[in-house]
Write a protein that binds this ligand. Structure first.
Ligand code: BYC
Ligand code: FE
Ligand code: FE
Length: 482
């Protein structure tokens, strides 16, 4: 019997799916591999490809102790195909096929829908690497640089995860999609990435931390929904991806948290009690709270767009067919079919924000977005605790879902962060109060000076509480010149 707990490193592609006995798919992946490495060289982290980075690599898929840490050159990272172990007797946990045995092959009637989900999921992974490729040169510490690169190689692995499913289960059109994933480019006018937020710039480290907090959290929610899939290989893939995702959100949450910490400490040291005195705070070389709030407003709303329209037939179809479930589907106490249920949806009715009950099946994007907002809100409260502890009088708030939206009910509406609908003129006039302005960007950019001495940190961010893999503060997480 195949050992699915430990990862086989004997093949060119590490895996726990028995690739050495599955020559056809091994060959297909080996043919795809050089194109992937070319993409990594062209679009992966700029510079540092020869540097030794203290990275973790998965050696098993059980939640405890799956990682091994070592110095690795990024192009030599062992990107592998890792699925969570198969669960005995697993059934389709929702939709029309509720209770039937989970599928080990793609049901013919759902082939196109499933392929689309895999391609969209796959497309976001390399996109994020492309968005973050310029950040290495301005890393605020070697610790942060290492975390960036860890996130990047794992997003690369997430691409492999989707490519494996496409190659294994979708034949020649899967192969074409796998190639397409290496051809689109974040922000490219002619061949952009598929979803909005993945074509935005990630110009500075605060954006990176906000992105990994807010946008990787969309990743978490979408993967949680796909981890429920009746198509068992997808479920297993997503379950393992989620263990990696947790680290990405850790990087984001602690990155912003350390920025907040440093700002508040600097304000206290300088006896500045008014957090809105932006000029005075900035003169200390730290990022003021109102600017942090604007970054939250931006990244949160870009991420809300990733949930699609509140009311969506695509979402209803994906659920009905058993392909994409709800967050924690198996823990929900209902019929798991949603035939008669309704769900409250925020809508714009006659120029006002109102809650309207919609068929629960059509409202699944809204529901997942609500679960996301709840999850993100808890993280924001952990940031607020950091602020409160320092005695600084400021709270970070998530803006209303009508604010700054480009997809769904509120696309094109002009709303304040409190959800009040305003005129276009007022929006234009006040936009810079709510979203990062060019001036804010220039200020943040002025702080983005590299700090590459082991144990040293840029002045705008506090050191982490603990090191990676229990290493002390002055550990050399990246050996830049080898
Ligand atoms: N941008 O019924 P609708 C991650 C399109 S992040 C552009 O409203 P649906 C990660 C939509 O495609 C997780 N287009 O929405 C994070 C459709 O177009 P077509 C990624 C958009 O389909 C950080 C039309 O509008 N995974 O892993 O129910 C770093 C109407 O669609 C957008 C997934 O998203 C948009 N924001 O929901 C690295 C999971 N929104 O087909 C990685 C897979 C909608 O009519 N994807 N459209 O031409 C899905 O489940 C769904 O496709 C979506 C959209 C939730 C994205
Ligand atoms: Fe990912
Ligand atoms: Fe991620």
């Amino acid at each position: 019997m195949l050992d699915t707990m430990n990862v086989n490193y004997d093949t060119s592609i590490p895996n726990n799916v028995g690739l050495s006995e599955d020559r056809r798919i091994l060959k297909a992946l080996e043919r795809w591999h050089p194109g992937y490495l070319d993409w990594w060289q062209d679009m992966g982290p700029e510079g540092f490809q020869e540097s030794l980075v203290y990275l973790r690599t998965a050696v098993a898929v059980d939640p405890k102790g799956w990682a091994k840490f070592d110095y690795v050159r990024m192009p030599e990272y062992r990107w592998g195909i890792l699925l969570a172990p198969q669960e005995e007797g697993r059934v389709v946990p929702f939709g029309e096929h509720y209770g039937e045995p989970a599928w080990q092959e793609v049901p013919g009637e759902y082939r196109a829908m499933l392929r689309r989900l895999l391609v969209i999921q796959g497309d976001t992974e390399p996109a994020s690497v492309e968005q973050q490729r310029h950040l290495g040169t301005t890393a605020p510490s070697l610790y942060d640089m290492r975390n960036l690169f860890q996130v990047n190689v794992e997003e690369g692995r997430h691409l492999w995860a989707m490519v494996y499913l496409l190659q294994k289960y979708f034949g020649s059109d899967g192969r074409e999609e796998a190639n397409g994933l290496l051809q689109r480019r974040s922000g490219d006018a002619d061949k952009p990435r598929m979803l909005g937020a993945f074509n935005e710039a990630t110009p500075d480290w605060l954006s990176f931390f906000m992105f990994t907090f807010f946008t990787d959290r969309d990743g978490k929610m979408q993967l949680e929904a796909l981890a429920q899939s009746g198509f068992d290989p997808l479920s297993r893939t997503c379950r393992f991806m989620l263990t990696e995702e947790a680290h990405h959100m850790f990087v984001g949450e602690t990155g912003v948290g350390r920025t907040i910490q440093r700002t508040c400490e600097a304000m206290n040291d300088a006896d500045i009690t008014d957090p809105t005195d932006v000029e005075k705070v900035r003169a200390l070389g730290v990022i003021d709270m109102p600017t942090l709030q604007k970054k939250v407003n931006l990244h949160y709303t870009l991420s809300l767009d990733l949930f699609g329209s509140e009311v969506s037939t695509n979402a209803a179809n994906a659920f009905n067919s058993g392909l994409k479930g709800r967050f924690h589907e198996t823990r929900i106490d209902d019929d798991h079919r949603l035939l008669d249920a309704t769900y409250p949806v925020l809508k714009l009715v006659d120029g006002k924000v109102e809650t309207v009950d919609e068929p629960a099946l059509s409202a699944l994007n809204m529901r997942l977005r609500d679960d996301y907002a709840n999850d993100a809100g808890k993280g924001v409260e952990r940031w607020n605790k950091i602020i409160a502890k320092t005695g600084v009088d400021f709270r970070i708030e998530l803006p209303h879902p009508a604010f700054h939206r480009h997809i769904g009910e509120f696309a094109g509406a002009n709303a304040t962060p409190d959800g009040e609908i305003i005129s276009e003129a007022e929006w234009l006039e006040r936009r810079d109060e709510w979203l990062p302005s060019d001036g804010d960007a220039d200020f943040i950019d002025s702080l983005m000076k590299p700090v590459w001495e082991p144990g040293q940190f840029a002045g705008w961010i506090a050191p982490p509480k603990v090191g990676i893999d229990n290493h002390p503060g002055d550990f050399e997480y990246v050996k830049i010149e080898v």
